[in-house]
Design a protein around this ligand. Structure first.
Ligand code: ATP
Ligand code: MG
Length: 612
């Protein structure tokens, strides 16, 4: 081995070249005194979650605007390591890398209707000639068009493409730093097949690749059934990172059912016989605009013989105003058992791309037949005079008996039977899913957990290919529409998700595979011999291909320790007083374990810790 001293880009710092048998390379030592980073003592004012707090305080990212961040050297290194894992696994999956622009013309998104459907989430702009353009929120359209431009035969398929690229979505609530940005980095992949079987095979290939990716990232995750939302298509699954700071809820059963709460489908109970149910009757229930007040008055004024009245005996009617992407609105009433609430996320998934909002006083004024607090099926339905659309929870099956609004102030109706006394316009499955509810596939009671979607895979089918005319000649010379899959995974969100699940109360604590540097070497004494010993160690470690960050600053040991814990490299090597006795301290950031190691053994110890 030959060590050559040269000047490096930091101006005067030492770069060391190593010539090893059969191998040669250059390794530049990164000195903390020169690194473009400033650690902060205070939390950023807008930090809601730990990863956000630590990534900013450790100088990995800086906020530019809500949901828009700059990446500093340390953060960028982590992101590049995530990307490297993605690229390796995409290559294994037989996908080729391309890159589309983020600045896109309106036309393709018009053709698929997403220019409208994306609503306010889309960043729109105009060029100097007044042409509408957008910043890409996702790229199905562009991939479909490109493949259609270049390919024309079944012999060209299957095809798998991907890109790692910046996306733009004007999220209503950017939050938690990188977890929900308005500018963020996504790896999006697309598959193109000539038939359904091909699509299924491609889907499986990407699903397997994603499993390998998340395993390598060391993230705890669950694959759940998902809704397709604005994307369209049929089959879709999400990879949910198990994260208390996450915005999603998903359910699991002991028998292996797993779904985003948005995608849980309630199995309707069988119809009930109602021959013995008395005729419906309107009763006075003064001052009962809420379910709780209604149940109380029922038990006082209209006690039933067998048991107490319960909220589950009542049919609650929730009035909403639905706004379509084109701005038009319509009223919707949802009938559901009084012991359940409408779940906002399930509702928004069910209505997408339309959006629902509570009915306001002005809306009630425009619909005088809807008596606030006393609305019942009598005033509802597209065939009723009000023409208000009335959809009910799947549990409201024929024969079920309810107490519900009588459409008169202070009155309710008892013994109202679904299918006998009223017929809704349809079913909407948007009631909250509760811990203990049965899994739809009969695999046991559900538990509810918090998560953050980190990947989403779709069998899109032919929606985009049809809209944009992507056809190829099949084996028999017949033109057929190509079937597609789309596979998105968040790069920047994953940096935050890993930080979130690995950090502690002292700062970041990266897994070896993602850490910007695997080892941080620091000196906690003064003598020149300590710095020399540290430099020797840094060189020896670098020579082995281990990424080392060398804290060469003339700062106090306290500052160095605090920063090392904040920055979160997996291993710290501390050259201090022990050196007089030939000893150096090796610390494991994640376990907190400290060891005094003879100088001669440091390299081997570190190697063992970083798996090199
Ligand atoms: P969410 O439900 O969290 O809004 P989405 O369903 O809109 O996500 P997709 O369109 O499926 O997201 O995008 C694919 C991946 O891109 C997601 O799994 C996620 O990892 C990432 N992603 C989506 N939106 C954001 C965002 N605002 N900030 C950071 N990453 C995002
Ligand atoms: Mg999604």
């Amino acid at each position: 081995m030959v060590v050559v001293l040269v000047h490096d880009r930091f101006g005067g710092n030492r770069a060391v070249e190593f010539f090893r048998p059969g191998q040669e390379g250059t390794s530049v030592i990164t000195r903390l005194s020169q690194l473009f980073v400033r650690t902060l003592r205070d939390d950023p004012a807008d930090a809601e979650v730990a990863s956000h707090r630590w990534l900013v305080r450790a100088g990995y990212i800086r906020r530019v605007a809500p949901g828009v961040y700059s990446w500093l050297p340390l953060g960028l290194k982590v992101m590049q390591k995530v990307e490297a894992i993605f690229r390796e696994e995409m290559e294994t999956a037989g996908a080729q890398e391309v890159r589309f622009p983020a600045l896109l013309p309106r036309d393709p998104y018009e053709a698929t209707n997403r220019w409208t459907e994306y609503g306010e989430n889309l960043f729109r702009l105009q060029d100097r000639r007044g042409n509408d353009m957008l910043l890409g929120p996702t790229h199905e359209e562009m991939f479909t068009l490109l493949v259609g431009d270049l390919y024309s035969s079944y012999k060209d398929l299957p095809l798998r493409l991907y890109q790692i690229q910046t996306k733009y979505r004007d999220e209503a609530r950017p939050r938690a730093g990188l977890l929900r940005g308005r500018e963020f980095v996504m790896k999006d992949a697309y598959s193109f097949d000539v038939d359904d079987e091909g699509l299924k095979a491609s889907y499986q290939i990407f699903r397997d690749a994603y499993i390998r990716i998340f395993d390598r990232l060391g993230l705890e995750y669950v694959i759940v059934k998902a809704t397709s939302g604005a994307m369209g298509g049929s089959e879709s699954e999400e990879f949910q990172a198990v994260l208390s700071a996450g915005e999603d809820s998903f359910v699991r059963s002991p028998g292996g059912y797993a779904a985003n709460v948005e995608a849980v489908t309630v199995t309707p109970p069988p119809a009930v016989a109602f021959e013995d149910v008395p005729d419906a009757v309107v009763v006075d229930t003064p001052g009962t605009p809420t379910i709780a007040s209604l149940v109380e008055v029922l038990n006082t004024n209209h006690p039933r013989g067998d048991r107490e009245w319960d909220a589950a005996d009542t049919l609650k009617n929730v009035v909403l105003k639905v706004t379509e992407p084109d701005g038009s609105t319509w009223p919707l009433v949802i009938g559901l058992p009084g012991n359940r609430e409408v779940d906002a996320r399930r509702l928004s998934a069910a209505l997408a791309p339309a959006e629902a909002a509570p009915f306001e006083e002005a809306d009630f004024a425009a619909h005088p037949s809807l008596i606030k607090g006393y609305i019942g099926p009598g005033a509802l339905g597209e065939k009723s005079p009000s023409k208000v659309r009335y959809l009910v929870d799947p549990r409201v099956v024929t024969g079920t008996e309810w107490v519900t609004g009588a459409d008169q102030q202070d009155c309710h109706v008892m013994h109202l039977v679904a299918g006998r006394d009223f017929t809704p316009d349809g079913v909407i499955d948007v009631a909250e899913v509760r811990e203990g509810d049965p899994a739809p596939d009969g695999s046991g009671p559900l538990t509810v957990e918090r998560g953050m979607e980190v990947g989403h895979i779709f069998q899109l089918g032919r929606k985009y290919a049809e809209a944009l005319g992507l056809k190829v000649l099949d084996r028999n010379g017949k033109l057929v529409t190509v079937t597609m899959g789309s596979y998105g995974i968040g790069v920047s969100r994953l940096v935050a998700a890993v930080a979130e699940t690995t950090c502690d109360d002292k700062g970041l604590a990266w897994p070896v595979e993602l850490a910007p540097y695997q080892v941080q070497v620091m000196v906690t004494g003064k003598g020149q011999e300590m710095f020399q010993a540290a430099e020797d160690l840094v060189e020896a470690l670098s020579e082995l291909g281990i990424d080392v960050l060398y804290d060469d600053r003339k700062a106090s040991p306290g500052v160095k320790f605090t920063d090392a814990e904040l920055l979160g490299m997996p291993v710290a090597v501390v050259v201090g007083r022990g050196l007089a006795n030939g000893l150096v301290e090796v610390r494991n950031r994640r376990t907190g374990e400290k060891r005094e190691v003879p100088v001669a053994d440091v390299v081997a110890t570190v190697r063992e810790l970083v798996g090199g």
